[in-house]
Ligand binder design. Structure first.
Ligand code: XBP
Ligand code: MG
Length: 232
């Protein structure tokens, strides 16, 4: 029985990470911080979910030039990164991944509830949907569980457990849509069946624990079992 689809955001609903990476580099340069995150480096840094956690991890474990940033400074850099990111989203540079919009409308037609479980903030979720679909996400999704609502981000299951509680559903009644190893493990640790479509930065992740894998979320690429459940 499928009662709800729970969507991850970054990498799943849209290829957001390249905009986050460029926004970080813009802020580093504006702040005269001598860091510049290449695509290869960012791919490694994405193993740590959450922007502030990623910055802290980079400064502590990777950077050769250290600035001993305290949590207020990390918060300030992260806030500026999100301001730049949202400026680009508001300019219309971000697009939904193929199939996502149709999947949302088909699920709605068939009374399958929709939810979000993401490490990013509510602000970023809102700007994405307002700019890519022209609607506030709360008009589409019954519940939105975000990184700013939990103590531990993915791969911890907390964000998925929060979405399940808000939906008042059991894990067996839901399917999670994910693009990364950390997202997959977060959903699996919450005992939710997971459909993975690797995003650009997560092509080399290990998806062996995924219940379903697809290249894109379009009807023709969906595993037959899910196509029958969603495109009735
Ligand atoms: C996505 C993330 C996020 C984004 C940006 O993880 O890790 O940190 O990079 O988010 P997932 P911030 O898709 O698995 O939820 O708003 O924290 O910078
Ligand atoms: Mg993701």
């Amino acid at each position: 029985m499928l009662k709800a689809l729970i969507f991850d955001i970054d990498g799943t609903v849209a290829e957001t990470e390249e905009f986050h990476r460029r926004a970080y580099n813009r802020v580093f340069s504006d702040e005269r911080i001598s860091w510049n995150w290449s695509k290869d480096l960012y791919k490694k840094l994405l193993k740590v979910t959450g922007g502030r956690e990623r910055l802290k991890h980079y400064e502590e474990n990777v950077a050769t030039n250290k600035y001993n940033l305290n949590s207020d400074e990390i918060l300030r850099i992260h806030t500026k990164k999100n301001e730049q990111y949202n400026e680009w989203v508001n300019e219309g540079l971000l697009h939904l991944r193929p199939g996502i919009e149709t999947l949302i409308y088909k699920a709605q037609e068939n009374n399958i509830q929709l939810a979000i479980s993401t490490s990013t903030s509510l602000m970023n979720v809102k700007s994405l949907f307002i700019n890519c679909i022209g609607k506030d996400p709360y008009t589409i999704f019954k519940t939105i569980a975000t990184g700013d609502m939990v103590k531990k981000k993915k791969p911890d299951p907390e964000i998925y457990l929060l979405a399940l509680r808000q939906l008042s559903l059991s894990p067996t009644e839901c399917i999670a849509l994910e693009d990364s190893y950390n997202g997959l493990i977060s959903a699996k640790n919450a005992k939710i069946r997971t459909l993975c479509s690797p995003s650009l930065y997560h092509r080399d992740d290990n998806f062996s624990e995924a219940d379903f894998i697809c290249e894109e979320f379009t009807e023709d690429k969906l595993p037959i079992e899910l196509r029958q459940l969603i495109f009735k």
